[in-house]
Design a protein around this ligand. Structure first.
Ligand code: F6R
Length: 371
């Protein structure tokens, strides 16, 4: 049932404040007399110590689920100190890459049925790793075959393009980071800020959804373009990849997400006054580096659309002209959850304007059960 919405993708984008609330329900333990704030992930409770002691955490997934893990990687590394590596499921299987008994392999999949991810899971099980599932589908193959796991509880996702599952996956992995991270006094303030940030996140997503009309206007401006680049780094490298994936899979416009740090190593050759480029430059430790990327793109007359934190519009475009998308600022590791929303809206509106099928893009299936 689409309710008041025209498409499932639109409905699923707009219901993210609610799906995120459901994802966190019962899992964030607030206050109490001694004001301890903790995270409770029932499905992992017997395995937390093993994960914490593992030599490496390997995230494995495809498409949007891979991007969600990439968004969560920095906070898992920061809070747990365990090295994290990333594997696209098919590539791990193609290479028969090394997976060891001392590894924790985390399988991220909305459907829990993706063939490539399932094959990688069988491979990791054979190699003796502890296998953890993060899925949105109770009773799915990945949920059943892993040793333990977390359900993201985002509710059924019908649109082929994954939207609310992506943001819920990131939130689950941020909670995973808190659960496996040690609670040393030195990290207490950071942990509490993240927990407070999580609790307030549905409100911030509600706020960013108000950009709907602005994104529709931007879509009108871009609808006849051939191509769109998205530059991000740090926490928002994943946002660049995921924003571009949304645009290409539903609107059928070519789009590439790129690591801004790689710009000078090739992509800069593409820059001219015609190619639209979205630069994600919200406030975090990478902000000044992104400012210098913007300056370099300006110097080459790049056609820029900058996503920045509220209040930064004037300063990010200093010395040049560009369109801005202002988003509410949240704790840095949660910013990808907020930043992806305008790009989901942009992909949605581009698709409607270009006259393509929003919920069932050509050649794609919701659950990819073949290799
Ligand atoms: C993109 C999309 C796909 C899936 C990928 C993995 O919007 O939906 O890229 O993310 O096929 O699917 P799951 O998460 O079900 O394993």
């Amino acid at each position: 049932n689409k309710g008041k919405y025209e498409h499932y993708m639109q409905k699923e984008i707009h219901e993210q404040p609610e799906s995120l609330t459901t994802t966190m329900r019962g899992r964030l333990i607030r206050g109490g007399s001694c004001k301890v704030k903790t995270v409770l992930l029932g499905g992992l409770k017997d395995h937390i110590k093993t994960i914490r002691r593992s030599r490496r955490i390997v995230f494995i997934g495809c498409g949007t689920s891979y991007n969600a893990a990439l968004a969560a990687r920095p906070i898992i590394e920061e809070l747990s100190g365990v090295p994290v590596t990333m594997e696209i499921a098919s590539d791990l299987v193609d290479r028969q890459g090394p997976i060891y008994r001392e590894d924790t392999a985390v399988f991220v999949s909305q459907s829990g049925e993706t063939a490539d991810t399932l094959l990688a899971l069988e491979y990791a099980l054979e190699n003796g790793a502890l296998c953890v599932g993060i899925t949105n589908t109770v009773g799915s193959a990945i949920a059943r075959k892993t040793h333990c796991g977390i359900h993201i509880n985002a509710g059924c996702e019908i649109g082929v393009a994954s939207t609310k599952a992506y943001t819920s996956q990131i939130v689950v992995m941020a909670m995973l980071a808190l659960a496996i991270g040690d609670d040393a006094i030195s990290s207490q303030t950071r942990r509490e800020a993240i927990i407070d940030g999580l609790i307030d996140l549905p409100n911030k997503v509600r706020e960013v959804l108000k950009l709907d009309q602005e994104m529709k206007d931007l879509a009108k401006l871009l609808m006849a373009e051939q191509s769109l680049l998205v530059f991000g780094r740090g926490y928002n490298f994943a946002t660049a990849l995921e924003g571009a994936l949304k645009v290409k899979e539903v609107s059928l416009m070519h789009s590439e997400g790129m690591l801004a740090g790689e710009m000078k190593h090739g992509p800069l050759a593409l820059v001219d006054e015609n190619l639209p480029i979205i630069v994600i430059a919200t406030r975090d430790a990478c902000f000044s580096k992104q400012q210098s990327v913007i300056q370099q793109l300006h110097a080459r007359k790049g056609r820029l659309i900058v996503m920045c934190s509220k209040g930064d519009a004037a300063s990010v475009c200093a010395g040049g002209s560009c369109r801005v998308i202002e988003v509410p600022q949240v704790e840095d590791c949660l910013q990808p959850v907020v930043n992806i929303v305008p790009l989901q809206l942009l992909a949605y509106h581009l698709t409607v304007l270009r006259g393509h099928n929003v919920d069932q893009p050509r050649n794609l299936a919701k659950s990819v059960t073949t290799q």
